[in-house]
Design a protein around this ligand. Sequence first.
Ligand code: KG4
Ligand code: ZN
Length: 335
Amino acid sequence: MALVLGIETSCDETAAAVVDESFHVYASVVESSIEQHQAFGGVVPELAGRAHVTTIAPVVRRALLDAGLDPAAPALSGVAVTSGPGLIGSLLVGLSTAKALALAWDVPYVGVNHLEGHLFAPLLEARDLEWPLMTLLVSGGHSLIVYQRGPGEHEVLGETIDDAAGEAYDKVARWLGLGYPGGPEIDRLAGEGSPNALKLPVSMIGDDYDLSFSGLKTAVVRATQAHQNVALADVAASFQAALAEQLLRKLRSSLEHYDVKGVALAGGVAANSALRAGVAQLASEFGLVAHLPTLAMCTDNAAMIAAAGVYRLGRGESSELNLSARPNWHLADVS
Ligand code: KG4
Ligand code: ZN
């Protein structure tokens, strides 16, 4: 049985997981330093990097023990680690750890693209998944529509030209005086408000699959300045409806043009109730399987990185010990 250790430290989560060659998850441990960042309204890179330094060793040890392995000499076939995109100081902690462990245990290691990792998350919960797949990948840092021919074979159809969906949520939440991260709180409030309370634009920026959220964010600021008495829940509901509408219209258009078997949500914003309902609705309309990962698989974790590693190591790929972290590594540049 080929077991791969995955390591993820691209942002504020320090994570390690053990996954086998048929994508069964033996262990998945996630520690977050989010509480250290909350007072600042966003992730502070230096604090995140320092937190990884102290947390990485115990997290890896916990994952190995949970998987029933000897942490001193685990029977692994390789190590997979996020080598980009992400915060450079944070990436370096995970990357250096993976190199050291691979060297000590005499196994290959491979640097994995974090976004490719997110694309593997649905596979961990539906191992009989049928391809091709259309995936809406929405997180705090990225928003893309990706056509996947098979595992590791992806074509980026469109992406955000400004803010990411999660970033738009976090910025609007900050404007409304809500805590960080803002997505979960806006989502909760939206359930209590009216989506028609504010008239907000659904930005479609042309007829391709690119996305844009900065206009919507500005419109929320203007509308709340013009209507000072509007209830917070109504602002949240109107904003969420306009954002989901854009994403779902673009996704619908991709489904009209590409022949796929399923449609998937991935990334932290995949926890959003409006998007989950909208994707389920689109799937039933087009006769497709909807892949809506559990919350633990939507947000950053190392099982998805290990899964991408299973695929890449399985193809005979491995990285050299001089591999650098790539803070701006685009999914479209992954070959
Ligand atoms: O994928 P993720 O855990 O980290 C990144 O790689 O960015 O995504 C975090 C993002 C945050 O911006 C957070 O506000 C957003 O996901 N988020 C949500 C919800 N839960 C988390 N956005 C909208 N609705 C939610 N329920
Ligand atoms: Zn992520």
